[in-house]
Design a binder for this molecule. Structure first.
Ligand SMILES: Cc1cc2nc3c(=O)[nH]c(=O)nc-3n(C[C@H](O)[C@H](O)[C@H](O)COP(=O)(O)OP(=O)(O)OC[C@H]3O[C@@H](n4cnc5c(N)ncnc54)[C@H](O)[C@@H]3O)c2cc1C
Ligand SMILES: *[C@@H]1O[C@H](CO)[C@@H](O)[C@H](O)[C@H]1NC(C)=O
Ligand SMILES: *[C@@H]1O[C@H](CO)[C@@H](O)[C@H](O)[C@H]1NC(C)=O
Ligand SMILES: *[C@@H]1O[C@H](CO)[C@@H](O)[C@H](O)[C@H]1NC(C)=O
Ligand SMILES: *[C@@H]1O[C@H](CO)[C@@H](O)[C@H](O)[C@H]1NC(C)=O
Ligand SMILES: *[C@@H]1O[C@H](CO)[C@@H](O)[C@H](O)[C@H]1NC(C)=O
Ligand SMILES: *[C@@H]1O[C@H](CO)[C@@H](O)[C@H](O)[C@H]1NC(C)=O
Length: 533
């Protein structure tokens, strides 16, 4: 313990911690581990431990947050049970350490393993809480939050060829963060978001109580299904409604390369097709930035809950310009299609938590409510072709997405939203020195897009977290709050992510966590707390 204290003293000296005197911070951290030990929580790692760096790294998806200027936690705790998880929360609170809960570690802005203003914190990593229990008879599943999307899909696929779950396409994304923020995927036009298919949940409160749907109350159960991770408590597990799919689905990917005009024409047409196809059809667009000798490329990804023949007859009629032919299409089970869309070789790879390649990246998002003209689309494509390494992804809404009311869940982008845009730039280790330049280009492209996308507010998707929209800037473990903090959150990211639902989220937060124990740079602030310190 002595060497830990010395190290922490050194660390806090280097970070020149505000407010808490350094000796206090060191003692607090070593007291944290003694609290864990005396409560029987045995799997944790301190900065002095040889396992610490590897565990911290293990699920950091965005390498931007592995750089040496990012302060690490005072400890990483890996609960093995729900009780371990409760006790870890209580020990962190008792020692005034901020809590960062991590499920898959895929937060675009690293919010599951960083704090603002060097506030000392612990990471509670749910990697070991990844059990999934499927009941095919009732078409439901209980999944611990530390399970990945891939682990869930694998378990569902094993239980039945004709059941599925509508969630995202990345296999290593964690259910804790993903479902908390909504969770859009290839089945969402037919069945809505992951969060639309949550039947119940086990939520651990700031005082370590475990609540279910009825004991947490309507506002809180509403808030945890799309109001973003990290604000409400820790979701230990979700009860999910599984959905029926055919024994074979049809999958395809069509790539095209050509001049800007060709590309703009295809994109322009897609806007009228993608959001209006029957619910069984998902057809998205992915386009890398840059160009080769004046040519740009684009690819269309599709999943159809029907046979190849049906997919071909509908798409060749509604979108002949796509040039889809029989050879593009394959039939396979739904779970095989999830492996394919995650870029994996086999269905077994779905349970490999290390499978997806990591990168340095920055992303932003937008929504389109009125089709962009062909002329403007060409301007956009030209702009895109000048960018550094990156991409845009357009996801079609409509169908079930548009049938859920905009206040039924915190996720408000429903009827009237044609498609989402996700912009990203990424780079590798050798280009770290250019990061600011790449991020700057992304910012300029985002400004360029303003006339073409939703306005007042300019909407964004909370799972595509973007701190450029604004931050809370908490300076304490339990963040505090104030009327100004609420107003700032509302007008920067609050309305962008949640529209008119922001007010109800603040009310739910004030019930669930009035002391703001569960906070982060873009968490929902509670009302009725006077001083923001
Ligand atoms: C490769 C990749 C692919 C993606 N694909 C999609 C996609 O297809 N569709 C889509 O909608 N999104 C997608 N996303 C975005 C993804 O849904 C979000 O980044 C999501 O928040 C990640 O969840 P996580 O548990 O992996 O992240 P984490 O970083 O662990 O957590 C994210 C946030 O949730 C909080 N949190 C984590 N666990 C819990 C819990 N148990 N209880 C309460 N709060 C918790 C964290 O504290 C943090 O604030 C993708 C992201 C990546 C990197
Ligand atoms: C740490 O724990 C010891 C013994 O339990 C106690 O005497 C001491 O006051 C604690 N220190 C802090 C900073 O909490
Ligand atoms: C703690 O959990 C991690 C992640 O699963 C595992 O690698 C490690 O072996 C565990 N350590 C102990 C002491 O159980
Ligand atoms: C953590 O990840 C970074 C980036 O991939 C790597 O440079 C570093 O060596 C890793 N550290 C450990 C201990 O795994
Ligand atoms: C550009 O694309 C067209 C097809 O649209 C192709 O004929 C031509 O060879 C491509 N040019 C280059 C330089 O790749
Ligand atoms: C699914 O499609 C494959 C490939 O076309 C075919 O071999 C298989 O028989 C189909 N399975 C079912 C259950 O329809
Ligand atoms: C955040 O708070 C810190 C400490 O009070 C302050 O130095 C910094 O300027 C603030 N940043 C923003 C963006 O408000």
């Amino acid at each position: 313990m002595r060497s830990i204290a010395t190290l922490l003293q050194l660390v806090c000296l280097l970070l020149s911690l505000h407010r808490s005197p350094c000796s206090g911070a060191a003692a607090t951290a070593s007291n944290f581990s003694s609290c864990l030990v005396s409560n029987g929580v045995s799997n944790f790692s301190l900065p002095t431990s040889p396992s610490y760096a590897g565990l911290l790294n293990s699920s950091i998806f965005n390498l931007r947050f592995t750089l040496p200027n990012v302060a690490g936690p005072a400890a990483i705790v890996l609960p093995e049970s729900r009780d371990d998880l409760r006790r870890a929360i209580l020990c962190a609170r008792a020692r005034s350490l901020a809590i960062r809960v991590r499920s898959g570690g895929h937060s675009y802005e690293g919010l599951s393993y960083t704090t603002e203003n060097h506030v000392p914190f612990v990471v509670v990593d749910l990697t070991n809480l990844n059990r999934v229990r499927v009941d095919p008879g009732s078409a439901t599943a209980w999944a611990e939050s530390g399970a990945t999307v891939g682990e869930l899909y694998y378990a569902v696929g094993r239980s039945s060829r004709s059941l599925a779950f509508p969630a995202g396409s990345g296999s290593t994304t964690g259910l804790g963060g993903h479902v908390s923020g909504g969770g859009f995927g290839l089945l969402s036009r037919k069945f809505g978001l992951a969060a639309d298919n949550v039947l119940d949940a086990a939520l651990i409160t700031p005082d370590g109580t475990v609540l279910d749907r009825s004991s947490m109350g309507d506002d809180v159960f509403w808030a945890i299904r799309g109001g973003g991770g990290g604000s409400w408590g820790v979701v230990y597990a979700w009860k999910l409604r599984l959905v029926p799919v055919p024994r074979n689905v049809t999958a395809f990917a069509v790539g095209r390369t050509g001049p800007v005009e060709l590309f703009a024409g295809l994109l322009h047409r897609w806007q009228h097709v993608g959001p209006n196809l029957p619910d069984e059809f998902y057809l998205s667009v992915y386009a890398p930035t840059g160009s080769t000798d004046g040519n740009v490329s684009i690819s269309f990804t599709g999943q159809v809950l029907a046979s190849k023949d049906h997919a071909l007859s509908v798409l060749s009629q509604s979108f002949p310009e796509l040039g889809l032919t029989e050879r593009h299409l394959s039939e396979m089970s739904w779970v095989e299609s999830t492996a394919k869309f995650a870029g994996l070789g086999t269905v077994e790879d779905l349970v490999n938590r290390r499978r997806q390649p990591k990168q340095y990246s920055k992303s932003k998002s937008d929504y389109v409510q009125a089709p962009i003209s062909r002329h403007d689309m060409a301007e956009i494509v030209r702009h895109l072709s000048t960018g550094p390494t990156g991409s845009i992804q357009l996801d079609p809404y409509g169908g079930a997405m548009a049938r859920v009311g905009s206040s039924e869940t915190p996720f408000p982008h429903r009827a009237g939203y044609l498609y989402s845009i996700q912009y990203g730039v990424n780079w590798d280790r050798s280009q770290v020195a250019h990061a600011e330049e790449f991020i700057g280009w992304l910012g300029s492209f985002y400004r360029f897009m303003a006339p073409y996308v939703s306005k007042d507010p300019r909407a964004a998707y909370v799972n595509y977290l973007d701190l450029d929209l604004g931050v809370n800037n908490w300076t304490r473990a339990a963040g505090g709050s104030s009327a100004q903090a609420v107003a700032r959150a509302r007008s920067s990211w609050g309305e962008a992510y949640f529209g008119e639902n922001f007010g109800r989220l603040v009310r739910a937060k004030t019930v669930a966590d009035p002391g703001n124990v569960f906070n982060n740079a873009q968490s929902i602030p509670p009302l009725n707390i006077r001083a923001e310190e």
